[in-house]
Design a protein. Sequence first.
Length: 171
Amino acid sequence: MAGALGVCVAAIFYVLNLRISQRNMKTTLETRQAQFLMSLYQRWSDPEYQDNFFFTMFKMSWSDYEDFTKKYPADSIENNKFFTLSAFYKGIGLLVEQNLVEVETVAKLLGGDLMPFWEKFKPIILEFRVRLSQPGQFAYVEYLYDRVKDLKVIPSFKYKPDVYENVYSKP
């Protein structure tokens, strides 16, 4: 009788410990997600990111792939700004693809930057893939763009160079 009672108490204790552990794991996961999102937000609000974004979106212009590579050769500061942003979006795209971060949250935070970035640089990226025989280059940037676009979390966006360049080029 005492043995059965001891087993019963141990089972109850075990179940309670499991519930507490699950609650602690959930809290830890939520905390890590919040920390990640804050680091993402800090990166987004960093002056270097903002400088790269505004420069690539509002100062860079070209007529075609040849013009792009002539104006912004691989070793140029301008090209570096483009690749820095691309690498940032690539990393976020990989995290979304691996289900390590929710695309909805990324869309709400970065969608307003990602959408026009991809739409502006898509022709260059597609030509880059063909000419350099790198069909997977920028794939996670495109993947992220497609996922965010499918959500319709942010208003429909179409990059309009004349609008942006007029707004941001005035003194």
